[in-house]
Design a protein around this ligand. Structure first.
Ligand code: NCD
Ligand code: ZN
Ligand code: ZN
Length: 357
């Protein structure tokens, strides 16, 4: 049995408020525990979005009542909320800026809005950007201009990582995360996935992009799922929304890659626990670990997941490595396929929960 620290997923979508038919804080955190994550940081592109006190309170209330693992929330950067973000900063893990096409209402095109947020957001708290292609380079420039850390979400392409690598070599404070689907899937898989299910932002990249990411793993700071659940009907219907569920498949895929000698278990711990904890300045979880059967071989089945998204782009994949047990603050919260944590037992990672009072 392999013992790992509780995984910290810095990029998930829990869909509450506003789209609980896709996921809610109960099912989403069950999926987290089943995948070995004991902390999730949730994105603000909900309905309403988490861009003000009212939106934040709705998300905090849902998470407090339902979460079965520890949790944090991002505040969304909007065109007109830069004046009020600082008041909410203590209650969130970071500011999220959307610079490219995505799911949900949050997108900033005017570069003056980017700069206003860089000026007003507290210097000691992270800024995370959904940036793709040229906007990755733009964020590197802003990190340099404002001399403050920027974290690039779900990086997918070789040229994006090449820019990050150059920036890191120059000492510019930029970090990045990669989602498993951008390591294990590429455009060759689109035909089999089908046009709707294959939709994700950033789009699946080329096999050469996959290869470059693997070769430059040392410049990738975090693994994060970008768990973006949508229902099977939505993915197969008209206007399919982009996004893949990922919480229950990430670790088995990575452990299978360990078998194939593409990385080590330490590479996983560093990027899926240690670096996330450090980058987001999270409290450490005492007496918390996961136990994995490294030799258990199994087949990924969307319909067997805890997430409401009863599908996965990895349907039918044979993987080696299964989460057997999760211990959170001394309590066994997952064992042999069963969730044992109660709804609401998860603890917020930020204690400034004044909006709840
Ligand atoms: C995400 C979602 O569905 O919320 N979709 C996606 O394709 N990644 C949005 C996002 O992460 O940009
Ligand atoms: Zn995104
Ligand atoms: Zn996302």
């Amino acid at each position: 049995m392999l013992k790992l620290p509780g995984l910290i997923d810095v990029h998930v979508h829990m869909r509450e408020p506003g789209a609980a038919h896709k996921e809610d804080w109960d099912t989403g955190t069950q999926a987290a525990l089943a995948g070995g994550a004991t902390t999730v940081l949730a994105m603000p592109n909900t309905n309403p979005p988490v861009t003000d006190k009212a939106g934040l309170k709705l998300a905090q209330t849902a998470a407090s009542e339902k979460a079965r693992c520890d949790w944090g929330l991002y505040l969304g950067a909007g065109a007109d909320n830069a004046g009020s973000t600082v008041d909410l900063a203590k209650e969130v893990v970071g500011l999220k800026m959307y610079l490219n096409q995505t799911y949900g209402p949050l997108r900033l095109d005017d570069m003056r809005h980017w700069m206003t947020h860089f000026e007003t957001w507290p210097a000691d708290l992270p800024i995370v950007a959904h940036a793709e292609g040229h906007t990755v380079a733009a964020m590197v420039l802003l990190a340099e201009l404002f001399n403050r850390p920027v974290h690039i979400a779900h990086l997918a392409k070789a040229d994006e990582l090449a820019i990050i690598r150059k920036a890191k070599e120059r000492g510019i404070p930029v970090t990045c995360e990669v989602a498993p689907h951008h390591l294990f899937l590429n455009t060759d898989f689109l035909e089999k996935l089908g046009p709707g299910p294959g939709e994700v932002r950033p789009r699946l990249a080329s096999p050469a992009d996959n290869a470059f990411l693997w070769e430059n793993l040392e410049f990738i700071d975090c693994f994060a799922t970008d768990h973006a659940p949508h229902t099977v009907a939505e993915k197969r219907g008209e206007n399919p929304p982009p996004g893949f569920p990922g919480l229950e498949t990430a670790l088995p895929l990575l452990l299978t890659a360990v078998r194939e000698e593409k990385l080590t278990v330490d590479d996983i711990s560093l990027r899926y626990h240690t670096n996330p904890e450090k980058l987001f300045n999270l409290p450490s979880q005492p007496e918390t670990w996961i136990e994995v059967d490294e030799n258990a071989e199994w087949t990924i089945r969307g319909a067997e997941q805890f997430t409401k998204a009863q599908w996965t782009p990895f349907e039918g994949w044979r993987v080696t490595g299964k989460v057997e047990r999760v211990v959170l603050r001394g309590e066994t919260v997952f064992r042999e396929g069963k969730i044992l944590a109660a709804p609401g037992s998860g603890v917020p990672v930020k204690s400034g929960e004044s909006a709840l009072r």
